[in-house]
Design a protein around this ligand. Structure first.
Ligand code: PMP
Length: 338
């Protein structure tokens, strides 16, 4: 029999898909790593499993279950942790900025996680900031453990041990460029570090235009879960320890409009329903590919599915209201009735 004994055996080993339509001309092959095919629906399943295993190994969480996993997350890490918690017999408490897509909050609740919404627009050092609140809840809860994806070395490490080697094997060592977003930095740091250890791979960070990582002013943007923005009043512009900026060779700074347009095109032209940060990453990959030849091989990470954002990026009303769409695309039912 070829069966999994645990759902967690299905984390990782995601496919690489060649883009056929949104790519133009005789340039390089662009392959998308389909991280939304992880069982919890995102790249963060890898980090969640890795962080929980490390915590159990060192005694921060009871290995037999019964602990309380606490994390500040805009959704995907929370889902990954809730999934792992269910499998390992722990409880999950997820602190979320209440600006995130409603689907993501509903998802966390569906997995049995306790969701604690908090104010999104507070400075990094404010006690109600997601990470500070998560740290406090973990400290005050018996059996509580703060996963702390931003500073937890088990986050980048899992990408060095799995995502990087998968890409190297899947491309037969032909990958020349890696394109990925930077949220905690775990994905790009671990994957990039591994690929660079194997060959001359250029690592490109796909960053929202105003994100601090790529040199922006830190003003807010609408693509969720990537980049680094600042709220007025923030004094200490701390960057995560999960992010190794030495791995990044260059940035492509992508405006929201371009990210969301590419995400929508991927759904309509390739049948690939991915989230806004995948739109940012593929938009960056298309810019990178425009300057390369047919022997180059570009790999781009698609962190999660567009199903998390049906009420935002894939909703014509939302897009039009925010000025990202000049007029709703496609015929409305009303328009087709004479
Ligand atoms: N895109 C999405 C949708 C995510 O949830 C995340 C994780 N925060 C990222 C991109 C960035 O990944 P990382 O934290 O590994 O940098």
């Amino acid at each position: 029999m070829d069966v999994h004994q645990s759902l967690l055996d299905a984390v990782g080993a995601t496919p690489l898909l060649r883009l056929r339509r949104v790519t133009a001309g005789p340039g390089p092959a662009v392959y998308v790593k389909l991280e939304f095919l992880n069982p919890g629906g995102s790249v963060k399943d890898r980090a969640a499993l890795s962080m929980v295993r490390a915590a159990e190994a060192c005694g921060d969480l009871p290995a037999g279950g019964g602990g309380v996993i606490v994390e500040g997350s805009s959704g995907n890490t929370g889902v990954g942790l809730a999934m792992v918690a269910a499998q390992h017999g722990h409880r999950a408490v997820v602190v979320v900025p209440d600006s995130i897509a409603a689907e993501k909050i509903a998802l966390l609740k569906a997995y049995g996680a306790q969701v604690v919404p908090t104010e999104p627009k507070v400075p990094l050092e404010h006690p109600e900031h997601v990470n500070n609140l998560a740290r406090r809840i973990a400290a005050e809860t018996p059996g509580g453990w703060h996963a702390n994806q931003y500073d937890n070395p088990a986050n980048p490490r899992v990408h060095e041990l799995t995502t990087g080697p998968e890409i190297w094997e899947q491309t037969g060592g032909r990958v020349t460029h890696l394109v990925a977003g930077v949220g905690t930095g775990g994905t790009i740091s671990g994957t990039g570090r591994y690929l660079k250890s194997r060959g001359p791979v250029t690592v490109v960070a796909a960053d929202p235009e105003s994100s601090r990582y790529g040199g922006g002013d830190g003003s807010p943007y609408y693509v969720e879960s990537v980049g680094h923005y600042l709220h007025p009043g923030t004094v200490d512009d701390l960057w995560p320890q999960s992010y190794d900026r030495g791995v990044v060779d260059r940035f492509e700074r992508i405006p929201d409009r371009e990210s969301l347009e590419v995400a929508r095109r991927l759904a309509r032209e390739e049948g690939l329903l991915v989230g806004g940060s995948a739109g940012t990453a593929v938009a960056a990959a298309l810019r990178v590919a425009a300057g390369l030849g047919p022997d180059d091989v570009v790999v781009v990470i698609a962190p999660d599915s567009g199903r998390n954002y049906l009420s935002k990026y894939f909703d014509d009303g939302w897009m039009t209201r925010l000025g990202f769409l000049d007029s709703p695309t496609g015929p409305r039912v009303r328009d087709r009735v004479p």
